[in-house]
Design a binder for this molecule. Structure first.
Ligand code: C2E
Ligand code: CA
Ligand code: CA
Ligand code: CA
Length: 275
C-alpha cells in the first residue's frame, strides 16, 4: 500500500508540474497580450423593454491568442486576477470601452465589468477619470458592473470608491444577482442603480411555475428598491414575452443578440429601432 501511495504521489506531482507549466506559459503570454494588441472587446446589447430598443451595450473581453485562437474570459480572467495583471488589462478595457462608446449615439450606454483587484490594488477612480477624459464620454453613459464577491471580500475598501464613482455620475450595477449567498444584505448597504439577475434564474421560467415565481419576486424586489432591473441570459421569444409583463426594465441575451465586435454596433442599433 505504501509503495502504491508513493507511485500515486509521483504521478500526481508530474501532472501538477505539467499544469503549472501550462499556467506559466499562459501567464507569460498574458503579459505580452496587451502590448501585442491581442485583446478585443465584444459588445452585447442591453435592450430596454419599455422603449423596445437597445439602450446600451456590455463590453465583454476577448483574447485572440496568436496560436491558441480565441480564449474565453473565464479561462484567463481568473489567472489575470491571481497574478495582478487584471489591473492593467482592466485599465485597457475601460479606455477601449469609453473610446468605442463615445462614437455611439448619445444616450447609448456602455457597461464595463470590474474585478475586485481593480478596487484594491489599482486606482480605479484614476483609471476611470482618465478613460472619460481621453474619450470625452459623459460619465452618465458609463456603467460599472461588479459582482457580490467584490463587495463581500473588500467592503471597507470598495464602498467608498463606489460612492465616489456614483458622485461623478457613473452608474453602478450589481452583476450576477442571486448567485451569491448574501446578495440581499448588500442591497441595503449600497444604493445600486441596477441589478442584473443572473442567467441561471431565467432558464426555466417558461415551463416551471416556481422558477417564474422566483424571477418575479426578484424583479419586484429590485423595482421596490428603486433600482433598474436587467434580466440576463434571455434566449427565447417566450422568455421575452413573459418578462414583458413584469417590471423588468432591460433584458440581455442571445434572443436580442450574442456579443458582437464593435464594428457591428451601428448595425445592431439600426436593427433595433422601433417601427
Ligand atoms: P458576465 O459579466 O455575467 O457576462 C455575461 C456572460 O454571459 C458573457 O459570457 C456572455 O457572452 C454570456 N451570455 C450572454 N447572453 C447569453 C445567453 O443568452 N445565454 C447564455 N448561456 N450566455 C449568455 P463571456 O463573454 O464568456 O464572459 C464571461 C464572464 O467573464 C463575464 O460574465 C464576466 O464576469 C467576465 N468578463 C468578461 N469581460 C470582462 C472584463 O472586461 N473584465 C472583467 N473583470 N471580467 C470580464
Ligand atoms: Ca457583467
Ligand atoms: Ca452577469
Ligand atoms: Ca424598475
Amino acid at each position: 500500500a505504501k509503495s502504491g501511495g508513493r507511485r500515486g504521489e509521483r504521478f500526481f506531482t508530474s501532472e501538477m508540474e505539467a499544469q503549472l507549466e501550462s499556467r506559466r506559459a499562459l501567464e507569460a503570454d498574458l503579459r505580452k497580450a496587451i502590448h501585442s494588441e491581442e485583446f478585443e472587446l465584444h459588445y452585447q446589447p442591453l435592450y430596454d423593454m419599455a422603449e423596445r430598443r437597445i439602450c446600451g451595450f456590455e463590453a465583454l473581453l476577448r483574447w485572440n491568442h496568436p496560436t491558441r485562437g480565441r480564449i474565453a474570459p473565464m479561462e484567463f480572467i481568473p489567472l489575470a486576477e491571481e497574478v495582478g495583471l487584471i489591473v492593467e488589462i482592466g485599465r485597457w478595457v475601460l479606455r477601449r470601452a469609453c473610446l468605442d462608446a463615445a462614437t455611439w449615439p448619445d444616450g447609448i450606454k456602455v457597461a464595463v465589468n470590474v474585478s475586485a483587484i481593480q478596487f484594491t490594488s489599482g486606482d480605479l477612480m484614476d483609471d476611470v477619470s482618465k478613460a472619460l477624459a481621453l474619450s470625452q464620454l459623459s460619465p452618465g453613459r458609463l456603467e460599472i458592473e461588479i459582482t457580490e464577491s467584490v463587495l463581500m471580500e473588500n467592503r471597507d475598501e470598495v464602498l467608498p470608491i463606489l460612492h465616489a464613482l456614483r458622485q461623478r455620475g457613473i452608474r453602478i450595477s450589481m452583476d450576477d444577482f442571486g448567485t451569491g449567498y448574501s446578495s440581499l444584505s448588500y442591497l441595503s448597504s449600497f444604493p445600486f442603480d441596477k441589478i442584473k439577475i443572473d442567467k441561471s434564474f431565467v432558464n426555466d421560467i417558461v415551463d416551471n411555475k416556481e422558477a417564474f415565481a422566483i424571477m418575479r419576486a426578484i424583479i419586484l424586489l429590485g423595482d421596490a428598491l428603486g433600482m433598474r432591473v436587467t434580466v440576463e441570459g434571455v434566449e427565447s421569444e417566450q422568455q421575452h414575452d413573459l418578462l414583458a409583463q413584469e417590471a423588468c426594465d432591460e433584458i440581455q441575451g442571445y434572443h436580442i443578440s450574442s456579443p458582437r465586435p464593435a464594428f457591428d454596433v451601428p448595425q445592431l442599433l439600426a436593427r433595433s429601432r422601433p417601427t
